[in-house]
Design a protein. Structure first.
Length: 321
């Protein structure tokens, strides 16, 4: 644990890389590592071209020999913890996990441990060598469902690129308050709330954000939506649905006051009052394997509390005159 890894790599610049900047050529020669990491090593003098230290922007040419000698330090200082982890899929390159409600993804102020990251380090101690233990995207604490985790630097780099290029497909099920006429899309920029800095909001000048949704099932005053993220901003689905005046059931931040169906049964009232987290579940994840390129997809069933709430809402709907 916490051991440095010595890197000694040598490659020859091929004709296809001739004329590129050194940092560009290295990004293709040593694609296990990010461009920013390689640039830092170049500036630190850990990269030599024909025995000479070069700057990142200097060009390289066919036949030149590139030497990389660096030390890869452990990226994670958190301690492993034996936290239950539902692994849906794993091989040498990736892990896919089904995150439960209540589990924070990364340690932070107020949550120094007891996180998904701590659980991952216990499952695979080798993840300490990767930034954020291989975590490349996140789910909110009380959002459940599928996440992919990298197990190698190369896999991490390619998964990050796939996410940036919107080639990772993430589908959610969301229970909202409201009855939309049809499915649709929300294209509205998201940034920090101008006053409540702990919240996100649709704001001018925010980061581009696109959410697609379709109707899966209707209830008295609620609707179950299938939602697909085209982008992945913080709290994106929660913010976009609230922006449409269709907040997620149970959302403590964006949900507003509790709304009950007119004439709701005592069981329905109790179920809605007791559902104290956002009703959001990442149920399907599809991507190309970062090493083989194989198309892969996984699905995770709704957690029991979400299923129980839907069952109550169905009875409330079906028993009405």
């Amino acid at each position: 644990m916490n051991e440095n890894v010595q890197i000694n790599r040598r490659e020859v610049i091929g004709s296809e890389l001739s004329g590129l900047r050194l940092d560009q050529a290295l990004a293709r020669l040593f694609d296990d590592y990010s461009r920013s990491r390689l640039q830092a090593w170049i500036r630190e003098g850990r990269v030599r071209v024909d025995g000479q230290v070069k700057k990142p922007r200097e060009k390289v040419f066919a036949g030149q020999q590139v030497e990389l000698e660096a030390v890869l330090q452990p990226q994670v200082t958190c301690r492993p913890q034996p936290i239950p982890l539902e692994v849906v899929f794993e091989d040498e390159q990736i892990l896919v996990v089904n995150k439960p409600a209540g589990l924070v993804v990364h340690p932070a102020a107020g949550n120094p441990d007891g996180t998904l990251l701590n659980a991952l380090l216990h499952h695979d101690p080798g993840l300490e060598k990767l930034p954020r233990a291989g975590i490349v995207h996140r789910l909110d604490k009380d959002t459940t469902g599928l996440m992919v985790v990298a197990r190698s630097l190369q896999a991490r780099k390619r998964l990050v690129e796939a996410l940036q290029e919107r080639r990772v497909k993430r589908h959610y099920q969301a229970l909202v308050v409201g009855s939309p006429a049809a499915g649709g899309a929300v294209e509205a920029p998201i940034g920090r709330h101008p006053v409540r800095r702990q919240r996100m909001a649709v704001v001018e000048g925010g980061k581009p954000a696109i959410t697609h949704y379709r109707i899966a099932e209707r209830f008295s005053i609620h609707t179950l939506l299938d939602v697909e993220l085209e982008t992945g901003r913080t709290h994106q689905i929660r913010v976009h649905m609230a922006h449409l005046k269709m907040p997620l059931v149970g959302d403590p931040v964006y949900g507003g006051r509790l709304r009950l169906p007119p004439g709701a049964s005592p069981a329905t009232i109790e179920a809605l009052q007791n559902f104290r987290r956002q009703a959001l579940h990442a149920f399907r994840l599809a991507l190309s394997h970062p090493a083989s390129g194989e198309a892969l997809a996984w699905e995770a069933p709704l957690p029991e509390d979400f299923q129980a709430l839907l069952a109550v809402l169905r009875r409330d709907r079906d028993e009405r005159p």
